[in-house]
Design a protein around this ligand. Structure first.
Ligand SMILES: CC(C)(COP(=O)(O)OP(=O)(O)OC[C@H]1O[C@@H](n2cnc3c(N)ncnc32)[C@H](O)[C@@H]1OP(=O)(O)O)[C@@H](O)C(=O)NCCC(=O)NCCS
Length: 470
């Protein structure tokens, strides 16, 4: 665990434990009674400490070097350049993601669950991402309550969604709806009225909470318009948690599916700061575009086949495989099919990663869910067989730096099993979850006063000159 994570956790635990008895130093907007189950109040107490920590760190180590940049890195998608600070999660190439220092199995164990449930509530993970602390049951419940209260979406967004043609991809509909919801942005309104910079984080927080609350309804309308004849989703039920409401609004009621959704919406939230969606949200937000605009930009990145759309691609590819090879498939048939994919110049979707060098723990926890709930499902068996065969082939081909499966190799089979078979829709669900990570980061970007992002670029002649090339 990194020392900064430890420091933040220690600070926040200290503040939380002292919270019952003492006044916290900063009040958020308005004069609400502050409380340790209110995320904004807790955040308000953490921010000054973190601001101080970063200011002191920069004062003493601001000129320290953290790496070097080579010409290959510049042409190679900036791979390996240490150029971003993201507080919410760190990705280890071998171990996978840690959310504020906690691995996925630790989150599964420690985060609050729904009554009778075994999987973590995304509400709890959001609290963890924002504060660095594992929340209590009460704190997670307070998030559920707030999101249920903030879930209403503006009429013009419903009208817009209802008028989109069926051929418009669900991700395009999703990002357009999120952009259009910036009519509700408290950040944009306050900025236009000249709000003081010190209040940016509070407005960003308010917009982020509103936006996260509204996403399941927007996403469910898209699903129902495209695949369920346009019947409106069930209204939000204040007794249900965020994932449960989303599942109901989509039109499903199997409690095991609700559990899957809690897990799915937890593990897709965050993958440190350099991935396309997280980096895009951070970049666009650095121009002080409001959280709706910043997150819509992130969704457009997530819609790319090398990023979030890979979960759709995996199912498309696996379905083609089933169609061309039939039911029972031998390992040799599978190998031939995979080699044909590679020889035709395509990637094997769901395999490889820019940072990871081992099997993605997000793949493993979905596999464990499948082993528990659907061990005999034919598609799950096929996905397991593919897992046995693909890595050796990618190693033999010798191109991919990571031959192991990522998160997208497994999510589709689980959704199929519970009846959500429309694979074009899968990335929307990824997007609903990703909001939690990138918006938690965006709040901290504004709290730490990070400036507009503007790295230096060169053209090839200048770069050649710079390195003394002929
Ligand atoms: C994720 C991904 C985009 C990472 O890209 P990257 O960091 O450039 O990966 P690498 O450095 O390992 O790529 C080196 C080469 O191996 C290839 N490669 C990587 N993963 C591959 C895969 N799953 N199948 C076939 N070839 C692959 C790359 O296309 C590249 O080929 P090139 O030299 O001809 O351009 C890449 O692994 C990929 O396309 N995977 C499939 C899509 C996917 O699952 N995306 C979701 C990621 S969470």
């Amino acid at each position: 665990m990194s020392s900064s994570v430890l420091v933040l956790r220690n600070i926040s635990q200290r503040l939380l434990s002292s919270h019952q008895n003492t006044l916290v130093p900063l009040f958020p907007l308005g004069c609400r009674h502050k409380s340790d189950v209110n995320l904004k109040d807790v955040l308000a107490s953490l921010i000054p400490e973190k601001q101080k920590e970063v200011a002191e760190f920069r004062k003493t180590h601001g000129k320290s070097k953290v790496g070097e940049v080579t010409v290959d890195m510049m042409y190679g998608g900036m791979r390996g350049i240490r150029g971003l600070v993201t507080e919410t999660s760190v990705l280890d190439p071998d171990e996978g993601i840690r959310f504020r220092g906690y691995s996925i199995p630790e989150c599964q164990k420690l985060l609050p669950k729904a009554p009778g449930g075994e999987e973590p509530l995304p509400e709890g993970l959001f609290w963890l991402l924002v504060t660095g602390n594992i929340p209590t049951q009460e704190q997670a419940a307070a998030i559920t309550k707030e999101w249920n209260e903030r879930a209403e979406i503006p009429n013009h967004v419903i009208t817009m969604l209802n008028n989109f043609p069926d051929r418009l991809h669900p991700m395009s509909q999703f990002s357009a709806a999120v952009t259009a919801m910036n009519s509700e942005s408290k950040f944009a309104k306050a900025y236009s009225e000249g709000v003081n910079k010190s209040k940016y984080w509070e407005l960003c927080y308010e917009d982020s909470m509103d936006l996260i609350a509204k996403l399941p309804t927007v996403a469910a309308i898209i699903y129902r318009n495209l695949y369920k004849g346009g019947s409106p989703p069930e209204p939000i039920d204040k007794k249900k948690d965020w994932s449960w409401n989303y599942t109901t609004m989509l039109g499903f009621d199997n409690p095991d599916f609700v559990e899957l959704m809690r897990l799915y919406l937890t593990i897709h939230t965050d993958h440190e700061g350099g991935n396309v969606s997280a980096h895009t949200c951070h970049l666009v937000g650095s121009a002080l575009s409001d959280p709706y605009l910043s997150f819509a930009a992130a969704l457009n990145g997530l819609a790319g086949p090398l990023h979030g759309l890979a979960n759709q691609e995996v199912l498309v590819w696996t379905t083609k495989l089933q169609q061309s090879l039939g039911g029972e498939v031998s390992d040799q048939q599978l190998r031939d099919f995979i080699w044909n994919t590679l020889k035709s110049g395509q990637v094997v979707p769901g395999y490889g990663h820019a940072v990871l060098r081992k099997t993605d723990p997000r793949y493993m926890c979905q596999r464990e869910f499948a082993l528990k709930h659907l061990p005999n499902d034919p598609l799950f068996k096929l996905v397991s067989q593919i897992y046995k065969v693909v890595p050796d082939i990618l190693i033999e081909q010798g191109k991919a730096k990571n031959p192991w499966p990522n998160v997208d190799a497994h999510s589709g089979v689980l959704l199929q099993y519970y009846g959500l078979k429309e694979m074009n829709y899968y990335t929307v669900m990824f997007g609903v979850s990703r909001a939690l990570g990138v918006l938690a980061s965006l709040i901290w970007d504004r709290a730490l006063g990070l400036p507009i992002e503007r790295p230096k670029s060169f053209d090839t002649p200048h770069l050649k000159k710079l390195v003394g090339a002929q």
